[in-house]
Ligand binder design. Structure first.
Ligand code: ATP
Ligand code: MG
Length: 532
């Protein structure tokens, strides 16, 4: 009860007491006592009383992950981190200031056990993650806590995850190719060193496998370091990657940051920024080239949508948040090249219902320098990597950057594949016999090219039973050129399926009758679309 209220209560007691003298005496005693307490509180230095020095509030409502807190002393600014629950283990991030006394936050941890009236402590700072040499080969969550069951890294600096993109004056553009060792990508969708590439695909078409293969192929060759950021995907994938990298001996140059699908939306929404803060440290402070791998950027958008829904904001097209474009560019624009170093990023993008016109996919497209589209049809035919060779594109595929020979070859491959695509219906309905000789040759070339552009992966060795292959750009270009020159006309299509360089194509077996040289069933298990 406040002092004023007590005073009025006491006054009422005096007036009604019988005899009144007893009331007057106790009133005087009360006045002296409260004056002494006041003087003691003023004389006690603040530092001796830790509760007084921190900004403490109390919970006024909890609705799922949305927590409203009242602060009488000072209102925490937006993005402040609040601690509550047992041992302050429940963490809330301030998202809005409702009025002069109340803030609304989103819980970044599960909110079990949270109740109205519970104390909340304002940490006075936003979310921070550790940066420094010591974080190498470690695995973290969105709060920068180590989740690899090893002690927390020492000698690290803690930096806020809310940072702005580098100004235009500090950005640089280099037009250099980033070789992946994957034929279809190097020939038709060359990646940019310091650029952003997206792997688009519906559920289970091979985004994660392709991303993991790229990590495998690139990590050993590049001199920089890599950061893997898992957003809203399966926890087991994180564990598998950690173990895989450890076994391959490349963990020492890697940092992993996870906010997987079991985490609350607030945590999934912020984990991308946490990984980027680490990447920015290596770029700006250590002047290193960083490879940033994100699986899956769609889950970042989805988490933003959940947060916005929880906050009661009006949804926009297809239920996405109206701030999707700014949310995404806030993250993507930070992935930039400066004079200090470059961040090359490869991002998996889940495409809901295989619909590339989905607003999330469309927004991500606009940030990328290369888009690799994965097709369910190719996956179902066993043509892995299931890259849709006609829909995928790269800004780097220009003669000035890749050179005339590579550019002309890529154009010729696309033309042949497009011609085959347009003839597919006729072949299906009327058969090959109805085609002109020229068209028949184009179909044969396109089918051989399609098979040559498949490749066994190191990461799928266990279940495909085929040894992984890394193919240089030169070998890939030579192979395509020779197929286009009809040098493999007499080879069965299967001879080009799942091989590395073209030299591995087996000579046709002269003893076999000609009809056995047709395309056999692919050896790899076809995908069954699974729940995403
Ligand atoms: N290159 C490949 N070779 C052989 N099989 C593959 C290849 N790529 C994908 N697959 C098959 O497809 C399955 C699903 O692949 P993956 O997990 O990469 O899909 P995804 O696109 O990441 O799916 P999700 O959207 O559900 O995360 C794999 O388990 C594997 O069976
Ligand atoms: Mg995946």
């Amino acid at each position: 009860m406040s002092i004023t209220a007590q005073f009025w209560q006491m006054r009422a007691t005096i007036l009604t007491s019988d005899p009144p003298r007893r009331g007057i005496l106790s009133f005087m005693r009360y006045c002296v006592k409260s004056a002494l307490l006041r003087i003691e509180a003023i004389l006690t230095p603040e530092l001796e009383n830790p509760i007084d020095s921190s900004n403490i509030g109390s919970i006024i409502s909890v609705r799922g992950g949305v927590v409203d807190v009242r602060f009488d002393r000072s209102l925490p600014p937006i993005f402040s981190v609040l601690h509550t629950g047992v041992d302050g283990k429940i963490i809330v991030e301030v998202m809005a200031q409702l009025d002069a006394k109340r803030v609304r936050g989103i819980a970044l941890t599960p909110t079990q056990g949270l109740a109205r009236g519970m104390q909340v402590e304002d940490s006075g700072k936003p979310l921070e993650v550790p940066v420094g040499q010591e974080i190498m080969s470690r695995m973290f969550d969105v709060f920068g806590s180590a989740i690899d069951r090893k002690p927390a890294p020492q000698n690290v600096q803690w930096r806020t995850i809310h940072r702005s993109p580098p100004p235009l004056s500090e950005r640089s553009t280099k037009s250099e190719i980033f070789e992946t060792g994957i034929k279809a990508i190097d020939v038709l969708v060359p990646l940019e060193r310091g650029g952003k590439a997206g792997l688009f695909g519906g559920a289970g078409v091979g985004k994660t496998v392709l991303l993991t293969e790229m990590i495998h192929n690139m990590i050993g060759h590049q001199h920089g370091m890599s950061i893997f950021c898992g957003i809203g995907e399966r926890c087991r994938e994180g564990e598998e990657l950690y173990r895989g990298m450890k076994d391959a001996g490349v963990l020492k140059d890697m940092v992993m940051v996870y906010g997987q699908m079991n985490e609350p939306p607030g945590s999934r929404f912020r984990v991308g920024a946490a990984a980027l803060t680490m990447a920015e440290y290596f770029r700006d402070d250590e002047h290193r080239d960083v490879l940033l791998l994100i699986d899956n950027i769609f889950r970042f958008i989805q988490a933003g949508m959940e947060v916005s829904g929880l906050l009661g904001e009006m949804p926009s097209r297809l239920g996405y948040q109206s701030t999707m474009s700014t949310d995404l560019s806030g993250l993507e624009e930070r992935i930039a090249n400066t004079h200090a170093g470059a961040i090359t990023s490869i991002q998996a993008v889940y495409v809901p219902a295989d619909d590339l016109t989905d607003p999330a996919a469309v927004h991500v497209f606009s940030h990328l320098s290369a888009s690799i589209v994965l097709s369910r049809k190719r996956a179902s035919e066993g043509l892995y990597p299931a890259i849709d060779l006609l829909q995928s594109s790269s800004k780097m595929a220009t003669p000035g950057i890749v050179g005339d020979r590579h550019y002309n070859l890529a154009q010729e491959i696309r033309r042949t594949l497009a011609q085959y695509e347009s003839l597919k219906d006729i072949v299906a309905m009327l058969g090959m016999e109805q085609l002109s000789l020229e068209d028949r040759n184009a179909v044969a070339r396109a089918r051989r090219l399609e098979r040559f552009l498949t490749q066994p992966f190191f990461t799928t060795e266990q279940f495909s039973g085929m040894k992984g292959k890394l193919v240089s750009l030169k070998d890939s270009l030579d192979g395509c050129e020779r197929i286009l020159r009809d040098e493999f006309k007499d080879y069965p299509e299967s001879a080009l399926y799942m091989i590395g360089a073209i030299g591995e194509a087996k000579k046709p077996d002269e003893d076999k009758p000609k009809d056995q040289k047709s395309d056999p069933q692919p050896k790899v298990a076809t995908v069954s679309p699974h729940e995403s």
